[in-house]
Design a protein around this ligand. Structure first.
Ligand code: ATP
Ligand code: MG
Length: 263
């Protein structure tokens, strides 16, 4: 097992004098095994991003723990946290927001080495070039560009190249393709399975599209109003959904697609 989420809850307080409470994540437990792609599927506001941010240690849970390598990472600080961010790395819906707008691609990718023990300059260059080639980009073309000079698909490829450099054990991908058009989407999705195959990384893949989860993942978790209401392998969940919400999600999978897949 790579990572375990144990009874994690997150309550946000909003409004004047913190009058309103939003229970974004309610007592969620889940595990990610080595080399596994786990999809987290749910409608808008179901708590997917909140859970991802807690796993990535970008947000503190109200209660519960995240166990990685035998330790509860919700308590990590300083150097140990840097170590964790290298091992468990995020890819986000809008990569533009995750990049420094005034950094060229070269600087963005070299930043990855700040999370590692010292690497030789020549080795850095070799790894950056290799990572860009792995995601189908030409280093000579993109290294000098700023994020705004790239297409959305190219930006997401840069975010994935950063994973190829870091070689994380777990990649938390929060709706990584929902801002891309259908043709670009397929190429990016394929990169996640490439990463799993080549780096043996595990992936948490967040999507609101059950059809996509069915195609990309080894296991599917359905999240509804902050709770994981169903879990199983993609065929089980798609063919024999037990929770009414999963049945509804299944209805949203385009008819044409279901015909192809025989559902
Ligand atoms: N920083 C915050 N402060 C207050 N409420 C928040 C905060 N972040 C999220 N929420 C609330 O928590 C709930 C879950 O939000 P979250 O972003 O995790 O959902 P999601 O499943 O990722 O949705 P989407 O599919 O739209 O990305 C929502 O009701 C949201 O309004
Ligand atoms: Mg979200």
């Amino acid at each position: 097992m790579v990572l375990e989420v144990k009874n994690v809850s997150k309550v946000f307080t909003v409004g004047l004098f913190s009058r309103h409470k939003i229970e974004a994540v309610k007592d969620v437990s889940m595990r990610v095994e080595k080399g596994e792609i786990v999809s987290l599927v749910g409608e808008s506001g179901s708590g997917k991003t909140t859970l991802c941010r807690i796993i990535l240690r970008l947000l503190e849970p109200t209660s519960g723990s995240i166990i990685y390598d035998g330790i509860d990472v919700t308590k990590l600080r300083g150097k140990k946290l840097k170590w964790y961010w290298r091992k468990v790395h995020g890819v986000f819906q809008d990569p533009y927001a995750a990049f420094h707008p005034f950094y060229r691609v070269e600087n963005i990718l070299y930043q990855a080495f700040n999370l590692m023990p010292k690497v030789e300059e020549g080795e850095k260059k070799r790894r950056v070039h290799e990572a860009l080639k792995s995601v189908g980009l030409n280093p000579d073309e993109v290294l000098g560009k700023f994020p705004h000079e790239l297409s959305g698909g190219m930006r997401q490829r840069i975010a994935i190249a950063r994973c190829f450099i870091l070689n994380p054990e777990l990649i938390v991908a929060d709706e990584p393709v929902s801002m891309l058009d259908a043709s670009t989407r397929i190429g990016i999705i394929k990169l996640f399975s490439d990463m799993r195959d080549r780096l043996d990384s595990s992936v948490i893949f967040v999507t609101h599209d059950l059809g996509l989860a069915y195609v990309v993942s080894d296991r599917v978790l359905i999240m509804y109003k902050g709770v994981i209401v169903e879990e199983g392998n993609p065929v089980e969940v798609m063919e024999y959904p037990s929770h009414p919400y999963t049945k509804r999600l299944r209805e949203d999978v385009p008819l044409l697609y279901r015909k192809w897949e025989g559902f």
